[in-house]
Design a protein around this ligand. Structure first.
Ligand code: GDP
Ligand code: MG
Length: 322
């Protein structure tokens, strides 16, 4: 595919078009991904997650600058489903990130929302693949740690950085959202604000609770470091970058890198399978038949579970449905 060849050769215009093609899931998207996939598997995928306003975008910007100063290329994918019109936060992101603009070693992409539940995670994963194949050594994925889709996106990274800020009571939120369990590096940003030390302490206690299984061996296991930053002026950002690099080395030397890769591929395969199976089933059933079933369920002639089971068994036995 010519577009893929040009994009992977470093043509930024082709890269942007390729990403749009894949994001829009058009007829050529599958062929494009097929061509891209053999070139993937080299990038260090780093998820940056946390509540809105904690300073994720500012931190991403600073991290990218630090990597660039070491000649390491960086792809950035910003996922913000709370901002459907790419206004507000995302516009702000673009303005702030303008000091990275014009650098061929950086590519920034904002993800538009996509309808279905697994859709956004899938589209994000596909865009990450393109940046990986295009040779970006680090791919940063910024997500708002709110819903399950965002947690899934973060989980798909090799290294997950959880960003907190003082005075938001976020440590509780992160716990509720199931984010603390998947965090490899914990960052208390806005350390220039009062309460940063308390937030760090609260995080330490929360993390301690997970490790506090008496008798469990902890040596050789990764202990998520808790770091404080002022992303606004770059304070502490170098330490975050070091921690991310250390985590990569830890994954690689322990064999966990390959293990995470397998878990990631499994989750992705199941997600695609689920989406495609449903799409296939709905096409085979047809809108009319579905409508009739819904009417019968509404009339209490049939329950949803029995309807689904009988549909599936009809499909499996290849009997006509319409
Ligand atoms: N005081 C202070 N403000 C910060 C810091 N980092 C980011 N901000 C501000 O916090 C707001 C939200 O930042 P942003 O990066 O967009 O947060 P995001 O929603 O998590 O991506 C912006 O006004 C930033 O300028 C920091 O370290 N200290
Ligand atoms: Mg942001």
């Amino acid at each position: 595919m010519e577009l893929v060849t040009r994009a992977l050769a470093g043509n930024r215009y082709a890269l942007a078009r390729l990403i749009s093609l894949i994001e829009n899931d058009g007829p050529d998207a599958h062929a494009a991904l097929q061509a891209v996939y053999p070139h993937t598997g080299r990038a260090h995928i780093v998820g940056i997650t946390g509540a809105p306003g904690t300073g994720k975008s500012t931190l991403v910007n600073e991290l990218a600058k630090h990597w660039r100063s070491r000649q390491i290329t960086v792809g950035i994918v910003a996922v913000d489903p709370t901002s459907p019109f790419s206004g507000g936060a995302l516009l702000g992101d673009r303005v702030r990130m303008h000091d990275l603009a014009g650098d061929p070693g950086v590519f920034i992409r904002s993800m538009a929302t996509r309808g279905s539940l697994g859709g956004l995670a899938r589209a994000t994963g596909d865009v990450v693949k393109v940046l990986d194949a295009a040779g970006f050594a680090v791919v940063l994925v910024e997500t708002v740690g709110a819903g399950q889709a965002e947690v899934d996106i973060a989980r798909a990274a090799h290294t997950v950085v959880l960003v907190e800020a003082p005075g938001l009571g976020d440590e509780v939120q992160a716990l509720k959202a199931g984010l603390l369990e998947i965090a490899d590096v914990l960052v208390v940003n806005k350390a220039d604000r009062p309460g940063a030390a308390q937030t760090a302490l609260a995080l330490e206690m929360a993390v301690g609770r997970y490790a506090a299984n008496p008798g469990e061996r902890t040596e050789g296991l990764w202990q998520p470091p808790i770091l404080q930053t002022v992303a606004l002026n770059g304070t502490g950002v170098a330490e975050v970058l070091e921690a991310i690099e250390r985590h990569r080395l830890y994954l690689q030397t322990t064999g966990l890198w390959a293990e995470r890769e397998r878990a990631r591929v499994r989750a992705e395969l199941l997600n695609v399978l689920q989406q495609e199976a449903l799409r296939h089933i709905l096409t085979r059933i047809g809108e009319q038949h579905l409508h009739r079933l819904i009417e019968r369920i509404v009339a209490r002639e049939l329950d949803p579970c029995s309807a689904a089971y009988s549909l599936l068994s009809e499909l499996l036995h290849e009997r006509g449905l319409k």
